[in-house]
Structure formats: structure tokens, C-alpha cells
Design a protein around this ligand. Structure first.
Ligand code: GDD
Ligand code: MG
Length: 342
């Protein structure tokens, strides 16, 4: 069985972290977020198609170095084709019913249960559903009690939302849905294809599940995911290899080869590999990029430092994104794709 993981897109809401790496490789407790999805796949999935474009090489390199015991195909789109276009572009690898997963979710969804639900309903398309309060940031389903979805609207205004159940970003689909997607152009699965399938077939279903679900689409949710997983695992901090930590940590996650000077205090902070943090530094609610350096006696709160950034001694920073390097070529200056209408 095949699974397509949608791992393209620039991840603009996660700037500056995504200036230097693919969104799906952003570490969560020091492991690329895409590995959480791969580990969630049922045993019957033996082929994973990674739908990629931006930072394709990084993704390819990661999977060359790390074996997950299944065939992994990196399917490079010549240009971003959107969530639907990327699925169509993987058509040649699809042999039967298949999964499609957004690469930026972490959840307790059981995909075997989802297949059972799909079969029981004789569905052509089953999507996972999760209840939220802030529906406007997501795709929202008009779902009946028996799970039949009779309407779908992507990022509606709150007053137009048909329910509190949002698309949790995991689909189980029959191959015939590929016929709904035009080849070679930017197509949104959520905006264009889902409404068409609902209208044409009436066999579009929503699978609700219990446990937890997180979308790691923005800096705030990226930080929340760390907090949640630390708590879930019942640990206070997470630490990589070869670190030298002379200060103190609270609810923080530290990568490999990180140095933290004496009397420094880190709270709810994520530090990437090879970062050097001086003495008497206070970091709270921060993300500190790879190879970055923070001078002694600095105080940084609720801020994100991109990779390779350096801050002098006595820096005082609050609620800022620190990026002093050129924006990578081709990186958009605004979000593209399924944007929230203002
Ligand atoms: N290959 C490829 N090509 N992948 C893409 C492209 C593209 O052009 N554009 C986006 N993706 C990938 C993203 O990397 C992500 O894994 C997934 O497709 C969804 O795109 P996002 O940009 O993250 O969409 P979103 O978070 O605003 O909304 C989506 O996810 C929500 C749940 O997290 C939608 O599917 C919503 O309906 C859903 O509720
Ligand atoms: Mg997303």
C-alpha cells in the first residue's frame, strides 16, 4: 500500500527556521517532524512517496542516511503544484487505495482504524476530523452524525463554518479521485477537489478520533508541540548528544553539541544543534537556530533566532524574529497556497 506525504511548500509561517530547511525536517524533540508520520503508518504501507519541491535535496539526503524499512520515493515537483497537484503528480506510483498525509501534523490517529471506517462506509474518500475552537485556520467539514461529509470549506470565516470539525490532514482515498485532479497545474485538494468529490459521489466520509492532534504550521504551535510531548513523556527537558550544559534548563529541548555557559537559565526554549550560549544568559520561550551564538549577559524572550545568527553580549530582545542574512533565492515574501482570506 502507498502513502503520499505532502512535504512541499515553503512553510512561510515558520520563518526564519524554514529559510534554511524544509518544514518537514524541522526537529521536534530532536527528530524531524516527518519521522513522526512515518512511524505512524500501518505495516501494510510499504511505499512512501514524499511530495516535495522546496529544499528537496535536504529531504533526499535525510532519507538516504536514515532507513525506515520501507521504500521511500522522493517525488520532486518541478514547481509547487499545491496539495492536489502534488497528489496527481504521484499518480504513477499509486496501485490501489492510498493514504495522503500533510507533513506538518502530529497526532494519535490510528490509520488502521481509518481504513476500517473507510471500508465500512464504502467511501471513495475518508478524511480524519478533529474538533477545534479556531476553525478559520483550517478546512472545515459539514459532517452528519453517521460520518458522511456533505460540505467542505477551506479556511471559512467563523460565521460561515459548518461545524467545529476540521480536516486533520490525513486522507484515505480510492484511486478514482485522481481523475478529479488536472495534471500540471496548481490545484488545492481542499478548495477544489474535496467539494467536487462530495457533490459527485456523496461517498465522502469523516473519521473522528480520540487523543491528541497538533498542526505544526506556525511558531506558536511548533513550541506548543514540544511542551505537549515533553509533558506526555513525563520529562522536564530533552537533550541531544555531546552537550556541555553549565546553566539550568526548564521545559526545554536542546540539540546535539550545544554549549550553555554557567548561570544561564533556559525556560520553554528549543535550541538547535551546535548552538553556543554564553554565561548569565536568560532565554524564555525562544527557538535558537543551528550554529547560532548568544553573547553572555543577554536576555531573550519569546523570540526566534535563525540558523547561524550571532548576538553580542548584553543583547536584550523581546518578541522578535532575528534574521540578518539574505532571504534565500526563490523564497516567497508571503504565504502561498491555502491562505486564510483576510
Ligand atoms: N508537495 C507539495 N506541494 N506539498 C505542499 C504544497 C505543494 O505545492 N503546498 C503545501 N504542501 C504541503 C505542506 O507542506 C503541508 O504538509 C500540507 O501540504 C498542507 O499545507 P499547509 O500549507 O500546511 O496547509 P494548512 O496548514 O494551511 O492547511 C491544511 O492543513 C490543515 C490541517 O493542518 C489543510 O489541509 C486544511 O484543510 C487542514 O485543516
Ligand atoms: Mg499546515
Amino acid at each position: 500500500m502507498e502513502a503520499i506525504i505532502l512535504a512541499g511548500g515553503f512553510g512561510t509561517r515558520l520563518r526564519p527556521l524554514t529559510y534554511t530547511r524544509a518544514k518537514s525536517l524541522l526537529p521536534i524533540l530532536n527528530k524531524p517532524m516527518i519521522t513522526y508520520l512515518i512511524n505512524m503508518l500501518p505495516d501494510k504501507v510499504d511505499k512512501v512517496i514524499l511530495a516535495v519541491n522546496y529544499r528537496k535535496k535536504q529531504i533526499e539526503d535525510y532519507f538516504k542516511k536514515n532507513d525506515f524499512g520501507m521504500k521511500i520515493i522522493v517525488n520532486d515537483e518541478p514547481k509547487p503544484l499545491g496539495t492536489g497537484g502534488a497528489v496527481k503528480f504521484a499518480e504513477r506510483y499509486i496501485t490501489d487505495s492510498f493514504f495522503v498525509l500533510n507533513s506538518d501534523i502530529i497526532c494519535s490517529l490510528n490509520l488502521d482504524e481509518m481504513i476500517k471506517f473507510h471500508m465500512k462506509n464504502n467511501a471513495v474518500s475518508t478524511i480524519s476530523l478533529w474538533p477545534v475552537d479556531n476553525v478559520s485556520e483550517f478546512g472545515v467539514a459539514d459532517v452528519r452524525d453517521d460520518g458522511n461529509i456533505i460540505g467542505f470549506v477551506e479556511k471559512p470565516k467563523p460565521e460561515d463554518a459548518p461545524s467545529d470539525f476540521i480536516n486533520a490532514g490525513a486522507y484515505f482515498l480510492e484511486p478514482e479521485i485522481l481523475d478529479y485532479i488536472e495534471t500540471g497545474r496548481l490545484v488545492s485538494m481542499e478548495k477544489e477537489i474535496f467539494p467536487k468529490i462530495i457533490k459527485d459521489t456523496g461517498r465522502f466520509f469523516g473519521h473522528k478520533f480520540e487523543g491528541y492532534w497538533m498542526d505544526i504550521g506556525r511558531i506558536s504551535s511548533y513550541k506548543e508541540a514540544h511542551n505537549f510531548l515533553l509533558e506526555k513523556q513525563g520529562i522536564n527537558n530533552y537533550q541531544g548528544d555531546n552537550c556541555e550544559i553549565k546553566g539550568s534548563l526548564r521545559k526545554s529541548c536542546i540539540g546535539n553539541n550545544v554549549h550553555i555557559g554557567k548561570n544561564s537559565k533556559l525556560e520553554s526554549t528549543i535550541v538547535y544543534d551546535n548552538a553556543i550560549i554564553g554565561e548569565n544568559v536568560v532565554l524564555s520561550g525562544c527557538i535558537i537556530g543551528e550554529n547560532s551564538k548568544i553573547g553572555s549577559f543577554s536576555s531573550i524572550k519569546n523570540s526566534v533566532l535563525g540558523d547561524n545568527e550571532k548576538l553580542a553580549d548584553n543583547s536584550n530582545i523581546n518578541e522578535r524574529i532575528v534574521w540578518t542574512q539574505p532571504t534565500p533565492e526563490g523564497y516567497p515574501d508571503k504565504q502561498i497556497g491555502n491562505v486564510i482570506e483576510q
